[in-house]
Design a protein. Sequence first.
Length: 361
Amino acid sequence: MSSLPGSLQAALEQVEHGERELLAAPNEIRLREVYAAYLGPNGSIKNVFQEALKAAPKEQKKDIGKAGNDARARLDAAFERRLRAFAEEERAKELARAVDVTLPGRAAGVRRLGHLHPITLTRREIERIFAALGFTVESGPEVETDFYNFEALAMPKDHPARDMQDTFYVAGLEDVVLRTHTSPVQIRTMLAQPPPVRAIMPGAVYRKDDDPTHSPMFHQVEGLLVDEHVTLADLKGVLLHFARAFFGPAANVRLRPSFFPFTEPSAEVDISCVFCSGDGQRDGKPCRLCKGTGWMEVGGSGMVDPEVFAHVGYDAERYTGFAFGFGIDRMAMLKYGVNDIKLLYDGDARFLAQFPALGAR
């Protein structure tokens, strides 16, 4: 190509920048985040070459199209090369392990290796699924102020929605609570950066609940995506992708109208029952888990209320966003068939010994 239009020159510079970022990624999660940012469905490489095509005269469009294909192949190659490098590093670490043959032998049948807890396994799998979509993982304090936990989420002090939270307050500090959800991390994330935002917020939360399906402390993950032209269809698409990646390709998602003070419109999130595969019947009888409906409620979701954007200084006329949340403990119970949430916290070695194949190390 004899002369490069400015838009194509910018595209090629974007490719070089992406290649450098891929090759410099410090770990696999960051590598996949960078790859998604450049070559994902809304990746910058696709967008910049589209702009170059629009701006170019007809006789240069074929060359620009070829340059776009070459750019993708170049970044794919960098991604695969870095991925192989991580695998080789792990293999080298394994091979470098020394074995002391003078140590006494281990008695047959005695399990000495520890393994990851099912909640940790579930959290890491959730993070891995969303990282592949370009979401970052954000965290925040578990002891929060009233502003971050309630007021910035469109729940002033007299709002009736606070009654549903069953909050633990810190003695002697009127406006300090144990966070009832990880939504305060959404507020902190938005205050710390301008749009676009694409992040999940996993962590421990606290409410005054105590029965076979609830615990005073449990783990929650919330997600937030804010950008221009974000719609409810994007929300359902992300949730459907997650459900199928986590529970299997047959999983489906249903959104039911609901109310949450920080989203409008709001929806409960149901997934097809993992025990009866959504049929409502198991062994010829109504499924006990979903009560014959074929659906299970797993969380809440909705489009971010403009009032929340007002608290963080986002322009609600320009940006829209969606948020969702569900319990990590609940997901672990569904995935591994646990019928009492207290089993996850009792520390009973007999229960935990059922999971080594899932996370032995």
